[in-house]
Design a protein around this ligand. Sequence first.
Ligand SMILES: Nc1ncnc2c1ncn2[C@@H]1O[C@H](COP(=O)(O)OP(=O)(O)OP(=O)(O)O)[C@@H](O)[C@H]1O
Length: 309
Amino acid sequence: MTTPSPNAIDIVGVRKSYGRLEALKGVEFSIARGEFFGLLGPNGAGKSTLINTIAGLVAPDAGHIAVLGHDTVKDFRAARRKLGVVPQELVFDPFFKVVDMLRIQAGYYGSGREVWPWIDEMLERLDLSSKRNSPMRALSGGMKRRVLIAQALVHKPPVVILDEPTAGVDVELRRTLWSFMSDLHRQGQTVVLTTHYLEEAQEMCSRIAILDKGEIKALESTRQLLKRHPFRFLRIKLAGDAQLPDALRPLVSSESDGVIELKLDTSQHPIGGVFDTLRNAGIAIEDVHTREPDLEDIFVELTKREAVK
Ligand SMILES: Nc1ncnc2c1ncn2[C@@H]1O[C@H](COP(=O)(O)OP(=O)(O)OP(=O)(O)O)[C@@H](O)[C@H]1O
């Protein structure tokens, strides 16, 4: 059944358990058409389970999902056509040549020669032209991942989900992928990205959901998320061999090479108060910087776990 929906993806009350483990505990949110959306969370948060549920590969125990209004269970084929999913695992036939694999994939969607120029364009953009006739098994991990990206996009789906597309990809290639994804987005495609590189999410995504232990912990625009948390970091280098007064010790978030970073909840610990404490203790400051929290700080704050690098 098709219900008109302005959204690219509607997720309503989705639950999924594996035995006694609740991987998704009633997840509910929507992604608007044309968004560049980030789905973040620590290892085991449930991101892949959610993506596989959207792709119709995992059946939810409760709730439902629609892609551009098509229910992913009742209207599986239509929902699937609207979607391109780049999986986290590298799954492919090792003996197929790159270009053949993409043409065969197009065939699954009923597309023929008319998409060959698009396939060539993707190979070019993803820096794979020289590998078009190589068998998949002869490619490096980063190249295979790029072929899987092209494979997911071969039918020009209006909604694209990329599960860790830049994992194991070097910095230069990551840039190539970012620029490719940005172009897709500019052309009107909805892009959903999961990533462990938080600076990538901060740069690319206009809205972010943070999933942790099967629950949504935050869901807002990247800008709001970065603004919402009223803490600042103050980096100070004390003059001589002065020690930080005990009163400030609980605020230390890191310390290296004599530079001490204090994490200040500015509603409780205004920066001026730190300077007052140091002055009253007769301690001079050699150098000082402040730092706004970035997505990594907020991610750690919300999930209380170190982000994976
Ligand atoms: N097929 C399965 N059978 C049993 N347990 C599973 C299965 N798939 C996932 N899980 C469990 O469900 C939880 C969520 O896993 P999921 O892969 O969705 O997390 P993730 O956020 O994608 O993690 P990562 O960032 O490590 O890929 C984990 O505890 C995982 O072990």
